[in-house]
Design a protein around this ligand. Structure first.
Ligand code: ZN
Length: 176
């Protein structure tokens, strides 16, 4: 009876997935470098005390220091490998009529997520067949985008989880 692990699910299974996802592995989360502090050469996050965080003055110093350890953070690594953990597909006439509002909402939610966890980011926002295709570095950000779209604009949200994987696909749609 693991119905929340597979197939399509409405928001009711969101809590189940949140519990489940804690046990699932993000293959990019482990830092293999071993040396602290390390700095991500792409986004300038710092790895220290076993976590990635933003500290721009220290990043500046580390980037000047040729001996300092450089290591891609998990978010930049996923972006480089094109390995999203979350997808959000946005469709429907509402999008064409409120395009700017929808994009604004997505970007402001990313900023909010990034303040809590700098590894949660948007990877892509592409226009595809009159819709929007969004990719995220974390499955939780994709789920949150589904929830904020629903809260702000109503419409229909559908969450699809993949069995045994840290991965979520969210479909949101609304007619005009
Ligand atoms: Zn980075």
């Amino acid at each position: 009876m693991a119905r929340h692990q597979t197939g399509s699910a409405k928001g009711i299974f969101h809590e189940h997935y949140t519990q489940l996802s804690k046990r699932l592995k993000d293959p990019y989360a482990e830092y293999q470098g071993g040396v602290e502090p390390a700095v991500c050469p792409t986004c300038k996050l710092i790895y220290q005390k076993k976590r990635w965080h933003r500290d721009d003055p220290q990043a500046k110093l580390l980037l000047k220091d040729k001996g300092a350890k450089r290591h891609l953070c998990p978010a930049c690594h996923k972006i480089k490998d094109n390995y999203p953990l979350g997808i959000v597909n946005i469709r429907g006439d509402f999008l064409a009529e409120h395009f700017e509002d929808v994009v604004h909402l997505i970007k402001s939610e990313e900023r909010r997520a990034e303040q809590k966890n700098p590894l949660e980011r948007l990877m892509k926002i592409d226009k595809v067949n009159g819709g929007l295709h969004v990719e995220t570095t974390s499955e939780t950000l994709a789920m949150r985008l589904g929830h904020v779209l629903q809260r702000a604009f109503k419409g229909d949200t559908d969450f699809k989880f993949k069995s045994g994987n840290k991965y979520v696909e969210v479909d949101w749609s609304r007619g005009s």
